[in-house]
Design a protein around this ligand. Sequence first.
Ligand SMILES: Nc1ncnc2c1ncn2[C@@H]1O[C@H](COP(=O)(O)OP(=O)(O)OP(=O)(O)O)[C@@H](O)[C@H]1O
Length: 253
Amino acid sequence: MAAIRVRGVSVYFGGFQTLRSVELEVGEGEFLAVIGPNGSGKTTLLRTIVGVLRPRVGAVYIDGKELQEYSRLELARRLGYVPQGLERQKFLTVLEFVLTGRRPYISFDYARVDYEKAMEALRRVNAEHLAARTLDTLSGGEFQRVVIARALAGEPEVLVLDEPTSNLDPRFQLEIMDMLRGLTGDRITVVSSMHDLTQAYRYADKVVALKGGQIYAMGRPEEVLTEDNLQRIYGVKVKVFPEHRAIILDNSL
Ligand SMILES: Nc1ncnc2c1ncn2[C@@H]1O[C@H](COP(=O)(O)OP(=O)(O)OP(=O)(O)O)[C@@H](O)[C@H]1O
């Protein structure tokens, strides 16, 4: 199982700086929610944590070892990534697609255990019944759950998700968030970006709020998700109901 440390990370696209000296730690089995306005650097941070992007300055450590020092295979086994807006390979079946999450473990061809793990992952996201369907026939929310299942099939120690519930109806939002929370009980470290502040409040152990590529606030949900902070971060008034652990936009004022 794994803890994550991001040390002094700055990421640039050409001359444009997207992350500025980001410094954070996530303990093993912790759930970190990454919040912030559109364009604040959430996806860039997640992609840096999984090694898709290499920071110009600073480094990411998993269990005390720098990302670059891991082999690709070892990283693929340890990390699961659920990106946003993944393109569908239309003619693959759901099961074939979820099986690709087992690639870091296979030497020649998928074995029985890989099929079992893939089906188990589909069950966890309540999509077992979709196994034989081709990806092009799925609704947006069904596809989203299947992408999560592919990451789970790889049995990652660290699961990184980019707005995993954005396409889901309320019931599936709760199911997926409960499932993610359950993973932390198995000591899996979860890092997820999200726009739903109530979900961040209810499910995360720790929240990091990005603004303009910098960490604006970080800490326990009740420390970070305050009316003052949120107004400064998003430029809108919100109302926080600590007794309900809920946050709403307050456009009545
Ligand atoms: N490949 C790229 N080339 C140039 N600029 C980029 C690239 N990727 C991201 N950016 C810029 O970096 C900034 C941060 O983008 P990022 O996708 O990390 O934001 P985000 O917080 O995830 O936003 P959203 O909530 O809209 O998904 C944005 O201004 C974006 O335009």
